[in-house]
Write a protein that binds this ligand. Structure first.
Ligand code: ITT
Length: 184
């Protein structure tokens, strides 16, 4: 089976991707910190990151980059593309402390997965709506403990349950369909 490199420092993302891609590719984590260009668009960040990582590797293997973020409606979408910075600086507990004072805690996770094999670069996106709550659950990663969808936080779900609903699951399902179609 061919190899696909998932360019990320986050093993949680790789775990979620394997479920969609394991019939097509052996998924390998490529721990490369690509330049996250300052952009309001996850699409631009992911596509540029994929091309940079593709060029930086020592082989000729297709790569994917996944850029995701938490968009809080009452904060005009903040932290959005800056979600990693906010998590690293404040931590999820303190993000919740800030969110607690908001009247409307509706939020969305968005994700763009960019694929490139050197010739073709394609992006696939997914989103899920939910609301911020006090942290619950110990599964998942990142903001999962404070993101509730239909009464459960993402951290209270196992990987398959989260994938079936999540921003990343939706983007990966589109990528997997596209890859299968392309092989025909
Ligand atoms: P890479 O850039 O190395 O892939 P990262 O975790 O920094 O890893 P992102 O920039 O895409 O990835 O993530 C932005 C932030 O959003 C970061 O703090 C993540 O933990 C968080 N995040 C992304 N996807 C998430 C998910 O499915 N559930 C909870 N938090 C998520």
């Amino acid at each position: 089976m061919h190899t696909l490199r998932f360019v990320t420092t986050n093993p949680g993302k790789v775990r979620e991707a394997e479920q969609y891609l394991e019939d097509i590719y052996t998924v390998e984590q490529f721990d490369y910190d690509y330049t996250e260009v300052q952009s309001d668009s996850l699409d631009t960040i992911a596509a540029r990151g994929a091309r940079e990582a593709y060029d930086a590797q020592d082989a000729d293997v297709p790569v994917i980059v996944d850029d995701a973020g938490l968009f809080v409606r009452a904060l005009d979408g903040f932290p959005g593309p800056y979600s990693a910075y906010v998590e690293d600086t404040l931590g999820v507990e303190r993000v919740w402390n800030l969110a607690e004072s908001l009247e409307n805690r509706r939020s969305a996770f968005r994700c763009v997965v960019a694929f490139t094999d050197g010739d073709t670069t394609e992006t696939f996106s997914g989103a899920v709506q939910g609301r911020l709550v006090a942290p619950r659950g110990d599964g998942g990663f990142g903001y999962d403990p404070i993101f509730e969808h239909d009464g459960q936080t993402f951290a209270e779900m196992d990987t398959a349950e989260k994938n079936a609903l999540s921003h990343r699951g939706r983007a990966l399902a589109k990528l997997a369909d596209w890859l299968v179609e392309r092989e025909r």
